[in-house]
Write a protein that binds this ligand. Sequence first.
Ligand SMILES: *Cc1c(COP(=O)(O)O)cnc(C)c1O
Length: 464
Amino acid sequence: MRFLSTRGDAPPLDFKRVVLSGLAPDGGLYMPERWPSLPAALMGDFARMSFAEVAAAVLAPFAGGELSEKSILAMAARAFGAFDAPDVAPLRALGGDDHLLELFHGPTLAFKDIAMRMLAEFYGWALEGAWRGKTIIGATSGDTGGAAVDAFAGSAKAEIFMLHPKGRVSDVQRRMMTTVDAANIVNLAIDGTFDDCQRIVKTLFGEERLKSRLDLGGVNSINFVRLAVQTVYYFTATAALGRAASFVVPTGNFGDVFAGYCARRMGLAANRFGVAVNSNDIMRRALTTGVYEPAATTPTSSPSMDIQVASNFERLIFETAGRDAMIASALMRGFERTGRLIIPMHMLEAMKADFSAERASEGEIFAKIRSVNATTGILVDPHTAVGFVALDKLRNSGAISGPAICLATAHPAKFPDAVKAASGVHPGLPARYADLMAREERMIAAPADAGAVCDIILERSIFA
Ligand SMILES: *Cc1c(COP(=O)(O)O)cnc(C)c1O
């Protein structure tokens, strides 16, 4: 399979190169040249297959002739062996038509582990025999960082510089990154927002001082391979349910919910995709008014969704433009110039055919954590609660009817203060994290300035 840039002005890449790449050189994002189509008979077998087996079957078409399904299965078995639920992403019935897809059973207790651990396996394969290691520069709104640090710690072929917005991630999220003692991991606490971190990373990928001395790589959700891995649980959840459902997805960078859309393009039977956002509601405004325009970022109790520039939206633009890179590129360049994108009417209609968005206020999120706990005994984290609030609204408006699957994107113990304040119950961390709050932290403070971060990377890199 070859992969093309959404902006049409970068050479196509094979799977191995897409594994290792961040942004395309023309500023676009990579997409598969065409959508693989999974045979109905194969999808019928998914209910009887393990998560790793489904992953190998779903990912094999993307890896084309470069990697056999058998090799991918071995990688998946290693990647998902570290999960504390044997079926990796269990589907839990909540009564009526509602279901919860638990995606937080990985090492750092958020859904990001699923794709990140698989990406680290693909990195290991892609870098076999490479003479120089990869320098991964990433930005995290909280959970990507922990997942990446866990998945890559100790790797001889990759080092990580992970930028997080100082004071805007939870203590547990920060400690999962900063307490890992490995020479190839550097955490940077940036004096700014997640959008600042993301902008700095984008700038660094174009920085000559770095490009001339280091081999840069990305692991943010702009990496297509992460999205491909995330399609897997849409397939396993639908197979476990035994019929088509609507999915409600707590959304920040528009990666996870877009993975659902990718799964549908590959043959998944699904109804609607609910885009659930917190007060940082750029995606709700875009999908209802047709104007995609960032506002100031507001810190909330669901920090992994405190995002105003939803990078993966460019991929939906590309798809709804009929995969015309000229149109996608003109729209995105206009957006970069003016800070505003007016979605052409026919594209907006196409988006609305698959996606409906709703937002949850802080008051609604806290009330939902409390009511879910009171009625089901289940504790949900604030991100997952955003999904439940959105599901209510989507059912009320008629956008969703019939079976619905809410994605539980993080373990409640990652956000103990908010969960305790809302429900009165303190969510305990799994035993392996019993001493997390006592472990020593390592991080470097830096201003929200690409030049300053570049200096730190050159000074600290083990490959420079
Ligand atoms: C990253 C994250 C999200 C948002 O996912 P996107 O792919 O950025 O839309 C939601 N919830 C949690 C807990 C996350 O870590």
